[in-house]
Design a protein around this ligand. Structure first.
Ligand code: PBE
Length: 341
């Protein structure tokens, strides 16, 4: 059984944030899955703020529709989109790299009228779901792999200035000394590589209501050959403790639960601690945690790798072709971040 909260204050702070955004009052000592799953559902109850925002938009949306009509007559879409949205981009946790990138986008594209609200992945997707249900406009900080692209018709806004970079890879990092201390786990972490589709399967199942550990287990059961490649020649261990850290982004909830199970199947006693992004890097760099599979590079977590990367080991990409940017529903008639000017 996985354990939580090795990180005491940092972990509970982070959980506090996640929970504050979500209202999942699961026992901290309980299984992560419960907490995070709570996080997903709970978005509904707790994003009072978000929902209100959505309602406000609804109010504005009537006007928006009229404005759209005007647009079709050759009016300027952009000004109206700003007004419809109260010049608000719906963000996620303040520590996420995509939030810094969005601040930069605001500067680069001269969007000084716009605010980027911080919330959480769960709150952002709830706001997105509410907007899509009512065909209201919304702009979110978004990324793939993420289940929202399977659940809703969405598009990335073009980013001609390349603020969000090109395709990103998700890297695995280990603390210094892990290779000597836990060669078996190190080997598996080093071998771990999968695809956007793989990660998406777990994310989608969780989103459809399956407990995250169960969703990860189902993926492992359905992909025995892939997992066998990662564990090929690796000896089993006898209850050695290993700690993984992650951030409660849906993509990382999927990957971390999955790799944790693979390590458990090898005999490890795995703890998983959700932290804010900088604490996740810090924990591995200071050797408080053993590893993480959640570093987005070259751009999204570049600043964190600059701060912490020298005292940890980059085991390379576990997933290639990820992407971040500003995301809107297909029905919005803007295509580029420049349209927000
Ligand atoms: N994300 C998902 C993270 C990396 C993983 C894009 C929200 C971030 O922006 O830091």
């Amino acid at each position: 059984m996985r354990k939580m909260n090795k990180f005491g204050l940092a972990a509970s702070l982070s959980l506090g944030l996640v929970i504050a955004g979500c209202g999942a009052e699961e026992d901290n000592a309980g299984n992560n899955a419960a907490d995070n799953a709570g996080g997903n559902n709970a978005a509904e109850e707790n994003n009072a703020g978000e929902n209100n925002a959505a309602e406000n938009n609804a109010g504005e949306n009537n006007a928006a529709e009229e404005n759209d009509a005007a647009d079709n007559d050759g009016g300027e879409a952009s000004g109206n989109v700003g007004e419809e949205l109260d010049y608000t981009i719906t963000g996620i946790d303040a520590g996420a790299g995509i939030m810094s990138a969005t601040d930069e986008a605001v500067e680069t594209y001269e969007l000084s009228d716009w605010d980027v609200t911080a919330s959480s992945d769960a709150a952002m997707t709830q706001a997105l779901a509410d907007a899509v249900e009512n065909e209201e406009p919304i702009i979110v900080t978004g990324w793939t792999p993420h289940w929202k692209f399977s659940s809703f018709d969405l598009k990335f806004l073009e980013d001609p200035e390349g603020v969000y970079g090109e395709a990103e890879d998700i890297h695995t990092f280990a603390r210094e000394g892990l290779e000597e201390d836990m060669p078996e786990a190190y080997q598996v972490l080093d071998n771990f590589q999968w695809s956007e589709e793989d990660m998406g399967e777990i994310m989608m199942e969780i989103q459809d209501g399956t407990d995250e550990v169960e969703a990860a287990r189902n993926w492992i059961d359905n992909n025995e050959d892939t997992v066998a490649e990662w564990t090929d020649g690796v000896e089993e261990v006898d209850g050695e403790e290993i700690s993984l850290v992650f951030v409660a982004w849906d993509s990382e909830i999927a990957s971390t639960n999955m790799i944790a199970l693979v390590l458990e199947d090898l005999g490890y006693d795995v703890s998983m601690d959700p932290l804010e992004a900088n604490f996740m890097f810090q924990a591995v760099s200071e050797g408080e945690a053993d590893a993480m599979v959640a570093a987005w590079l070259p751009l999204t977590h570049e600043h964190l790798v600059e701060d912490y990367g020298d005292s940890m080991e980059d085991l390379g990409a576990n997933l290639e072709g990820a992407r971040t940017g500003l995301v809107v529903p297909e029905y919005m008639d803007i295509d580029s971040i420049e349209d927000l000017q």
